[in-house]
Design a protein around this ligand. Structure first.
Ligand code: DON
Length: 318
């Protein structure tokens, strides 16, 4: 027996035996050994490299997981989605005068393009863009951290989401590159708040920890035209959900976004903690986690698992 789910006008063949499909993909992923755990932030380097998890949360409320889906990991750059949501809501269209919506084609922490382009980051999914978004949050919320944390807890329906203070501190002590990006933007007049406060917010949000299940539940609204499938609450407008998905499609996997679109075909975001979230419009969310990263900063096993699953189920949006 199989169930058909409609996505983008197409019917997705969703097998009843999803769990065994995920299990078989996870077992294959465990043989992928070509990544390296991020070590430029010492607290991340301590995470065991053999953790591996895969979760699918569908819009009918079912959550199917295999592997280490109960373990919390550092969501790192995946937090850029949450920060962006708050900034879009608070600033509206003027946000797009301060950050562009173009792919950068550069590594996520690159600085060269930022000077050529006069302190306007290419998109909110690279570090410069996320620092700009952090400036908006620090400048427009009296308590930007608690605003973000309560939003994330509400989205995934769990108070367990927390911040790893060791990772936060480790980011801060090894954050020279991010400080350079933020001060360069300040020199162009594109950062309003105190730079140290902006950096602190950014490092803090990178240190949020979640499980693959929490992450999948929290972003289900992006697969559902902005509406939370559990509560029916409109989290963002349909237009903003489309815009976030568009940014994830073009920039969410850094300078591997083109390859990801070509081989997988889903809006997605990765983080150097080894997590990846992929949005399947009108179907649900896939999350994967395994710490070893490829040379672009994307989880090697996570990429493998999402690609295998998307190809097997025919999930590409293109
Ligand atoms: O800015 C940094 O260095 C990190 N804490 C976050 C970067 C990240 O996850 C980029 N991702 N692939």
């Amino acid at each position: 027996m199989t169930a058909d789910v409609i996505s983008g006008g197409q019917s997705i063949h969703a097998p009843d035996n999803l769990k065994s499909l995920l299990e078989s993909i996870l077992q294959q992923a465990l043989t992928v050994n070509d990544g390296k755990v991020a070590d430029y932030i010492p607290a991340l380097a301590e995470v065991k490299s053999d953790y591996c998890a895969l979760t699918v949360a569908t819009l009918d409320g079912k959550v199917t997981s295999v592997g280490d889906s109960d373990k919390c990991f550092s969501i790192q750059s995946i937090s850029k989605i949450f920060g962006l949501m708050l900034a879009m809501e608070r600033l509206g269209d003027p946000l797009w005068e301060r950050v562009q919506m173009e792919p950068s084609g550069q590594p996520f922490n690159s600085i060269v393009q930022l000077e050529w382009e006069k302190g306007i980051p290419r998109n909110p999914m690279i570090n410069a863009g996320a620092l700009l978004v952090s400036d908006v949050l620090v400048s427009h919320y009296s308590a930007s951290k608690s605003a973000l944390l309560s939003m994330v807890r509400g989205l995934c329906g769990s108070e367990d989401v927390a911040v790893d203070s060791r990772v936060h501190e480790s980011e801060r002590t090894h954050g020279a590159r991010n400080a350079a990006l933020a001060y360069l933007m300040k020199s162009f007049g594109n950062i309003e708040a105190d730079v140290e406060e902006v950096l602190d917010h950014y490092f803090w949000q990178c240190a949020l920890t979640m499980t693959t299940e929490q992450l999948a539940r929290s972003l289900a609204f992006l697969a559902n035209r902005g509406k939370c499938p559990r509560s029916g609450a409109q989290i963002t407008s349909h237009r903003d959900a489309q815009r976030i998905n568009a940014l994830l499609s073009t920039s969410g996997m850094y300078d591997q976004s083109g390859q990801f679109a070509f081989t997988v075909g889903l809006p997605a975001k990765s983080g150097v903690g080894g997590g990846i979230v992929a949005i399947v419009p009108d179907y649900g969310v896939i999350t994967a986690w395994s710490p070893p990263l490829n040379s672009y900063g994307n989880s090697a096993r996570g990429m493998f698992m999402i690609r295998e699953l998307a190809n097997h189920l025919g999930l590409s949006v293109y």
